[in-house]
Write a protein that binds this ligand. Structure first.
Ligand code: ADP
Ligand code: 5GP
Length: 207
């Protein structure tokens, strides 16, 4: 039996530089009850990134050991250069505790999560235009020119997955995009199949 106090697994994807991290940060600031899964990665930390907040930074050997120990819900080799993965334990604990948990992961990882958790809600954050995407990638100033080009080329591949997602949100005006994701989460909590305790009571005439 289900009720709307149960947590949702929300998967957020979109091309690099579209604003996923920025949107997620705002979602967490606005909604103290949301949790975010911190991924593990073998990529180098950016200058303002904090261990355990943005990522758990691992060596290739450490990451591969975690794979062997089945510690990941999903993992991928993004951009053919670095591993990224979602540690399984935290997500499973939060879901059991009934908390909404957000995964900010790439399209391949999202498809894997959806296979394991068919009730997961998938949201694709899209840019208002490809030129805006490129300006944001460059404007963030975290990648070399070569890495920007690689990420931008990859964006076209990722955009092909849009139709596999439940929702698409255009990140043009940040606060509008944040509010769109909040609306999705609110509506998903009200889905009839997530509220069978209430509907069964009504149908049973017990109220
Ligand atoms: P991602 O996590 O998808 O790679 P980021 O959240 O790092 O992207 O955002 C990339 C850059 O775009 C950052 O410099 C961020 O401040 C900027 N940005 C994000 N959303 C918007 C928006 N709606 N309008 C303008 N700039 C944005
Ligand atoms: P960045 O290097 O910009 O932080 O992230 C690069 C890409 O890796 C983004 O598309 C991001 O969503 C994705 N990513 C981050 N963590 C994970 C993860 O745990 N699993 C998967 N599949 N992708 C991830």
């Amino acid at each position: 039996m289900r009720n709307n106090r149960e947590g949702l697994l929300i998967v957020i994807s979109g091309p690099s530089g579209v604003g996923k991290g920025t949107v997620c940060k705002c979602l967490l600031e606005n909604n103290k009850n949301f949790k975010v899964s911190v991924s593990a990665t073998t990529r180098e930390p950016r200058k303002d990134e904090i261990e355990g907040v943005n990522y758990f930074f691992k060596t290739k050997e450490e990451f591969e050991k975690m794979i062997k120990n089945n510690e990941f819900l999903e993992y991928v080799d993004v951009f053919g250069m670095n591993y990224y993965g979602t540690p399984r334990a935290y997500v499973e604990e939060e879901l059991r505790a009934g908390n909404d948990i957000i995964l900010e992961i790439d399209v391949q990882g999202a498809m894997r999560v959806k296979e394991t958790f068919p009730d997961a809600v998938t949201v694709f954050i899209a840019p208002p235009s490809m030129s805006t995407l490129k300006s944001r990638l460059i404007g963030r100033g975290t990648e070399s020119q070569e890495a920007v080009e690689k990420r931008f080329a990859q964006a076209f591949e990722e955009l092909k997955y849009i139709t596999k997602y439940d929702y698409v949100v255009i990140n043009s005006v940040l606060l509008k995009a944040v509010s769109d994701v909040e609306s999705i989460i609110k509506a998903e909590h009200l889905r009839v199949f997530r509220n069978t305790d209430i509907t069964n009571k009504i149908l049973g005439g017990n109220e």
